[in-house]
Design a protein around this ligand. Structure first.
Ligand code: GAL
Length: 378
């Protein structure tokens, strides 16, 4: 299976938008790095993808799976919102991988939380009543993790959280109580750092179009409750500052991971700040694609008079990086994350334990390696 190999090598209106204020999203998030495999603040080299940890884990799990029979095991999977592009890649790969490990498609029950915690909580209650063998949960609100954990643990069902990390005190509870609960995800600080480095690597003279010695930027944030949004916002700017750049935030707004909301935000910002905007940071690629639409409509040209970065490495964004219409992105390795989540679930089903945090690495994507990443994700 081609995709299995990957981890081996590698508002629409004012109402829908929310101004967080520049420097926003900077409340220090409470999540832990736990036993992440990534470096603090992620200064990983620009890289050809090399997520060897995922590779080893996948190989181990495949070996385990070869001896196991999971056809009658039931996995409940709760996704915060099916319409999210990145989580669609994630859940598709998760299902394929579980099937490859011997689970029956009918017994992999994936439900859409429709971005509503009450809906998702009802789905979790149903899975508990059904007596599933293991739960994989992408919470709508990470802050609901304590309540979710309590009910799932009381039902003696092992639990793997994905993508939206519960806070440090919640993770500590799992360890303190020896519960069969874990989190699988990447360190969002690393992705933010890489975004900042993508701009810093261009050099001040290239990026500072108005020659005032500062980088004027706008920030388009994902869901503000989400640690990925908080850390990407903070660490992208920090990386620029750490590289010696002076920065000025013109506006910082919430686009909720959505392309249409970002398009509107960036169109408005371009109307207000015009040529002063030198860099557009988007917390994900869906929003960067919306930003690109607004940039092009305003007659601006990426990599000539404005710079644009996202995160995820969606195919469309990679094509833009190759074409030079997006400055860069950061590969959010849904192969490694979904495989690690499935492997953790399998270990629980086998009666084994897991670390309380299972990390993975992001990969910086420029024109140099965008084609290579695209060949993998397609
Ligand atoms: C992030 C991803 C976003 C969005 C979000 C949902 O990791 O970059 O595109 O999917 O997760 O929580």
């Amino acid at each position: 299976m081609k995709k299995k190999v990957v981890s081996l090598i590698l508002a629409a209106t004012m109402i829908a938008t929310m101004v967080t204020g520049c420097g926003g999203g900077s409340d220090e998030p409470a999540a832990t790095d736990g036993a992440a495999t990534t470096d603090e603040a992620g200064t990983a080299d620009e890289a050809t993808p090399a997520t060897e940890t995922g590779a080893a884990d996948a190989a181990d799990a495949a070996a385990d799976a070869a001896g196991g029979d999971y056809a009658d095991k039931v996995v409940g999977v709760c996704i915060y919102q099916f319409s999210d592009n990145f989580m669609t890649l994630f859940r598709t790969e998760l299902e394929n991988y579980l099937i490859a490990q011997g689970f029956s498609k009918d017994n992999i029950k994936i439900v859409d939380g429709a971005n509503d915690q009450a809906t998702q909580t009802g789905q979790i209650d149903n899975f508990i009543a059904e007596g599933v063998d293991v739960l994989i949960i992408n919470p709508v609100n990470s802050s609901s993790a304590e309540t979710i954990t309590d009910k799932v643990v009381a039902a003696e069902i092992p639990l793997v959280y994905i993508n939206r990390e519960p806070d440090a005190s919640e993770e500590q509870r799992w360890a303190d109580n020896n519960w069969n609960v874990t989190y699988v995800g990447c360190d969002a600080k690393q992705s933010g750092t890489m975004q900042g480095e993508l701009i810093a690597d261009l050099g001040l003279e290239t990026v500072d179009k108005n020659g005032d010695g500062k980088i004027q930027y706008i920030m388009v944030e994902g869901d503000p409750e989400n640690i990925d949004a908080q850390y990407r916002t903070e660490y992208s700017v920090k990386a620029l500052e750490d590289a010696g750049f002076e920065v000025e935030c013109l506006t910082d707004q919430v686009g909720n991971w959505q392309q249409d909301q970002a398009q509107q935000i960036v169109a408005n910002a371009l109307g207000q700040y015009g040529d002063d905007i030198e860099v557009v940071f988007c917390n994900n690629d869906a929003m960067a694609l919306g930003a690109l639409q607004a940039i092009q409509s305003a007659g601006r040209t990426v990599n000539e008079d404005i710079y644009l970065v996202g995160v995820d490495a969606l195919s469309e964004a990679l094509e833009d990086v190759i074409a030079g219409t997006m400055t860069g992105t950061v590969f959010n390795d849904h192969f490694s994350q979904s495989h690690s989540a499935a492997d953790a679930a399998i270990r629980f089903v086998n009666g084994e334990t897991n670390e309380y945090y299972i990390g993975c690495d992001y990969v910086k994507v420029t024109t140099e390696n965008a084609q290579e990443v695209l060949d993998m994700v397609k």
